[in-house]
Design a protein around this ligand. Structure first.
Ligand code: NAD
Length: 478
């Protein structure tokens, strides 16, 4: 599948092309067109025009039917989506087939479900009330879409995170201009084909490819015709987008970076805590915003935990590469920095050698570190690779101080068999999501997002529908 823009119902590839490289072996997969300002202008204009057409008048039920057709279309081309996602990201095919693509289908179905059959719950409230001495009045509010929504998504879960925003934005009745990461354009292009085949009116979904700063991303987020921005990516990019959006006071929903802690108490099921941390630190080679990079272990079980986690990290096989040579170099620079800062490298710390085509790819070893002070950059900054630092703690209060001493606050994991402790500790962790004895167990209706530098707002279920629409109050004097 060739990466193309999709604007006003037409596929096009104008703009200079740049190469798309396979992270698994460094070979060229194809080229990607870089959207110029004109392409972005056309996409925003096409979205605006779509809102003035039948889509702007579609009922919640009609939109739900359209979302279901898109879900069915992705399902029908499941293998094509899996192949494209695995090629662009380098992630194991099995991961794309069990997480990325099924969740993309799930995103469209979940938001169709939320609309279908109960639009009144999502869209209207009625309150007979007072009108300041002028007699009785009936107030009711309807939810109106925001208009043209810009969706900007990252490379780590390209289709999953794109559809996580596109589905609720469409469910709420908006038109979308999406810009996927320049590193992973292919499944977004496939999605545009599915949406075209599903018969959504031209301009309801538009796709532009290209880079962020000084390019398509910036053109889109600073565009006066964009009514809202939903962004997932780095915190520094979020700050740049906010500055760019400030001139038009464009509302934002941000899902940003993390430096997520895990707290392992001495009463935890240690087998589960070790296996859970292997998953939470090393799934997709640590390139998930929810991955654990700081592990705090209660002192009586600290030595045993480190030894077991290190052994498991050394034994890992079949993992995928970093997304790019540049990102591999960034992760390796943190491996070097950790040594300079005085870390003990318990496992990994370098690049693997496979003796096959993968040696042309962008792999780094799963890495476990200990011995760093909490002030070390390796412990404070998001690395976004397969690496965690493990440190001991004494008691609940100390554990919480360590967990919360971070500019980020996305997700945390607590491992304990003490139910009271779980309830005491979880709400005191400064994070948007706290898992107890599990990791990345997600119900799409629950609130998702971060505190501090990890984001603004919540998405998921009706939280997303709330962001992508706003209430208009209608007041009728009786
Ligand atoms: P990134 O911020 O570099 O890029 C994300 C997207 O923003 C890309 O499409 C990029 O082209 C675009 N972009 C970059 N600069 C821009 C600008 N100035 N204006 C407009 N758009 C711009 O992030 P990434 O490297 O693709 O992804 C990794 C980051 O995403 C990590 O920090 C990770 O924690 C975060 N992330 C967060 C979540 C979450 O749900 N909180 C989920 C996944 C990833």
């Amino acid at each position: 599948m060739k990466a193309e823009h999709y604007v006003g119902g037409m596929f096009r590839s104008d703009g200079p092309a740049f190469p798309l490289l396979a992270p698994a072996d460094g070979t060229e997969l194809g080229t990607v067109p870089e959207a110029t300002r004109e392409v972005v202008d056309d996409a925003v204009a096409a979205a605006r025009a779509a809102l003035a057409g039948p889509w702007g008048r579609a009922s919640a039920e009609e939109r739900a039917v359209a979302l279901r057709r898109v879900a069915d279309g992705v399902q029908a081309r499941f293998e094509e989506f899996v192949d494209a996602e695995a090629a662009d990201t380098g992630k194991p095919r099995e991961l794309a087939a069990t997480v990325d693509v099924p969740r993309a289908v799930g995103n469209f179905r979940a938001y169709a479900d939320l609309l279908y059959g109960r639009p009144e719950r999502a869209y209207t409230t009625q309150i007979p009330g007072w009108s300041g001495g002028a007699g009785q009045a009936l107030n009711y509010s309807v939810r109106r879409p925001l208009g043209v929504v810009a969706v900007i998504s990252p490379w780590n879960l390209p289709l999953l995170l794109l559809t996580w925003k596109v589905a609720p934005a469409l469910a709420a009745g908006n038109a979308v201009v999406a810009k996927p990461s320049e590193e992973t354009p292919t499944t977004a292009t496939l999605l545009a084909h599915v949406i075209a085949e599903a018969g959504l009116p031209d301009g309801v979904f538009n796709l532009v490819h290209g880079h962020g700063a000084g390019a398509a991303g910036e053109f889109l987020t600073g565009h006066p015709g964009v009514d809202a921005i939903a962004f997932t990516g780095e915190s520094a990019t979020g700050a740049a987008i906010m500055r760019n959006a400030a001139d038009h006071v464009t509302p934002v929903s941000f899902e940003l970076g993390g430096k997520n802690p895990a707290l392992v108490f001495a009463d935890a099921d240690l087998d589960a805590a070790v296996e859970g941390t292997v998953r939470s630190s090393f799934t997709h080679s640590g390139q998930i915003c929810l991955c654990t990079e700081r592990v705090y272990v209660e002192r009586p079980v600290y030595e045993e935990f480190v030894e077991r986690l290190g052994a498991r990290a050394r034994a890992l096989t079949g993992y995928g590469p970093m997304i790019s040579a540049e990102h591999r170099d960034k992760v390796l620079s943190y491996y070097r920095l950790a040594r300079e800062e005085g870390a003990t490298v318990v496992a990994g710390g370098g690049t693997p050698e496979f003796g096959d085509a993968r040696d042309g790819g962008y792999y780094v070893e799963p890495t476990v570190l200990t011995g760093l002070p909490e002030t070390a950059r390796t412990v404070r900054e998001e690395i976004f690779g397969p690496v965690c630092h493990v440190a001991p703690f004494d008691g609940e209060d100390a554990a919480l101080r360590l967990a919360n001493d971070s500019p980020y606050g996305l997700a945390a994991t607590v491992w304990t068999r003490d139910v009271s402790r779980a309830h005491r500790v979880a709400p005191r962790v400064e994070a948007g999501i706290v898992w107890v004895n599990c990791w990345n167990l997600r119900d799409l209706r629950t609130p998702f997002g971060g505190v501090k530098a990890s984001g603004i707002g919540r998405e998921g279920g009706e939280y997303s529908l709330d962001f992508f629409s706003e209430p208009v109050n209608v007041c009728i004097q009786i």
